[in-house]
Ligand binder design. Structure first.
Ligand code: SP5
Ligand code: ZN
Length: 353
């Protein structure tokens, strides 16, 4: 399989994230991608290249899953942040006020002119610093997702979008969970637009893929499935429960498989089989796998206990679905193991495909 890696990823390097009332060093660091790239050089799976996609086609693909209002905000955010106060050039932007969208509560239909207010309007946490290079990095990541989808549409069995920042927490008009543009959703939509009638997204990151779920929640042409830590105790907390099954035309086309903290690979693997049966029943003609490696036992912010060797098995099981598959790179914060675990998964897939 080809890997499309994002040459602009390091332009996004947050300094600190808010955690329980204090600022702690960011977990989502540029070295994560470098470790995967280094492992792919040691154990090649196929060509390693940067994406070559048409600028207009890329903007169109991003615009298929994100609102124009949100994209305008994101594109101009850094300039507006610095315009608020020249000293901001040295600081990452983080939100501190949010319009909770309860009925009869705050409005989110009127765009404030105040940038700090806009940042809150388009964010759902204060753990996702926006920096000078965030837009360039996120757009470069979306280019990887689009290139991978194009490669698979053209007949490749699989392709890997090796990008950061990650994407699966980003929704139609919001950022959060270290994510800005939803690469997996961009790939899924690009596969639909290339003629795949039914696309499944099977999210294996430790955290619920809330952004992807929200993007496709009312649609029957994209099945979204996520295996994740129970939101009762795990981030992102406010979505990811079993009773979220889709709405309107999309009813029955979202499946959440939440597992308790401490879950190990045997239960995780059984749950993957449940997920794969749903993909099979749906009749998907293509698959997108938001690939988080934060299910690893050594992950500093997560609670499952998968071991490095388990990722080979995971990859083999995903290959058994027999579908053209795009992988996107999501979480995984045990930085020195993330390359091994990612390549184990992809090698297991490739061996069995
Ligand atoms: C893509 C992805 O995996 N996003 C995950 C975002 C999780 N953000 C909240 C994490 C809370 C971190 N806890 C810090 C513990 C410090 N010891
Ligand atoms: Zn995660």
């Amino acid at each position: 399989m080809k890997t499309f890696h994002n040459p602009h990823h390091a332009a996004h390097a947050g300094q600190q994230e808010m955690f329980r009332g204090r600022m702690v060093p960011c977990h989502e660091v540029p070295a994560r991608l470098d470790f995967v790239l280094a492992e792919l050089q040691r154990r090649p799976l196929g060509a390693l290249q940067t994406p070559e996609v048409d600028d207009a086609a890329l903007d169109a693909a991003i615009g298929r899953v994100h609102s124009a209002r949100y994209l305008d905000f994101l594109r101009g955010a850094w300039a507006e942040w610095v315009a608020m106060d020249p000293a901001n050039a040295e600081r990452d932007a983080l939100p501190s006020v949010w319009p909770l969208s309860n009925r009869h509560g705050f409005r989110n239909d009127v765009l404030p002119t105040n940038f700090a207010a806009c940042l809150g309007l388009f964010s759902f946490d204060s753990g996702s610093p926006l920096t000078a290079g965030t837009w360039a990095a996120a757009r470069g990541g979306a280019a990887c997702a689009l290139a991978a989808a194009q490669d698979v549409s053209a007949g490749a069995r699989s392709a890997f979008a090796l990008s950061r920042p990650p994407g699966h927490h980003a929704g139609p008009d919001f950022l959060g969970g270290y994510c800005f543009l939803n690469n997996a959703a961009i790939a899924a939509q690009a596969l639909r637009d290339a003629g795949h009638a039914k696309v499944a997204v099977l999210d294996v990151d430790y955290h619920h893929g809330n952004g992807t779920q929200t993007i496709f929640y009312e649609r029957a042409d994209v099945l979204t499935v996520s295996i994740h830590g129970d939101p009762a105790t795990e981030y992102p907390f406010f979505l990811g429960h079993a009773d979220e099954r889709g709405a309107g035309a999309g009813e029955g086309f979202n499946l959440n498989l939440a597992l308790p903290r401490g879950t190990g690979f045997s239960v995780w693997h059984e749950t993957l089989n449940t997920a794969l049966q749903a993909v099979q029943r749906f009749g998907a003609t293509a698959l997108v796998v938001p690939m988080g490696l934060d299910t690893f036992e050594g992950d500093p912010i997560s609670g499952f206990t998968l071991k490095s060797a388990d990722y080979f098995t995971m990859g083999e099981a995903l290959a058994a679905a027999g579908l053209p598959t795009v992988f996107t790179f999501e979480g995984g914060y045990a930085v020195d193991a993330v390359g091994t675990n990612a390549v184990n998964l992809l090698e297991g897939f490739q061996r069995a495909a």
